[in-house]
Design a protein around this ligand. Sequence first.
Ligand code: PEP
Length: 251
Amino acid sequence: MPDRVPVLAANWKMHKTIEETERFLAEFLPRAPGSGPEVIVCPPFPSLKAAVEHCAQSGVRVAAQNMHEEPEGAFTGEVSAPMLLEIGVDGVIVGHSERRQHFGESDEALARKVPAALRAGLEPILCVGENESQRDSDETEGILTRQIEADLADVPDDRLADVVIAYEPIWAIGTGRTASPDQAQEAIALIRARIESRSAEAAAAVRILYGGSVKPGNASELITQPDVDGALVGGASLDAGDFAAIVEAAA
Ligand code: PEP
């Protein structure tokens, strides 16, 4: 099995102005590891360029929280991959449950967005996960299978490992309720098995993260599960000290 480099990604959602981004990075970057895990910050669009400039010499990478699949066009309010690349952005979160829930992001759209990001040279971080009632009615496996199959349908097998996947059970996002290490491991192993049904090589290499109320106190037990390759962190990533502690737990 290849060594998978862990990924720790900070999803700031609609938080942090440019000034707040700069303040965060001034505190966080001196604590960021020079090597080891891949560390990514995902600020809102207006703060991306400042983040890219501040992270330039650090090894910390910058990703956006959404993109449109077309390179340009009459899509008011949207931002494209070439626009993100032009300002030095490295990756993009797609399919976050908040975008699926509040902005109608569908599996059909994701089937176009993920390959569009890859073709453009951005690292996609694809979020998947079940809600509470789906888990309670034992639908988790079916939901994850459907999302993985649909969202990655048009990604060639030899590019599957270039996608970072984040398993984010919706009932654990922003709720303070974390999946147990066993629940995270089980769901992530299942996702890896779906990738394996297309390519054993990709399944061994693809990084699959856990996201949902990760904090300095629980990061280590989640990240050390055999199939868990890091974390996508929301609330706790807003604090430079907390995010640094989570990164240190993985290093
Ligand atoms: C997220 O929004 O991706 C997330 C995991 O949020 P939180 O860590 O706050 O649950």
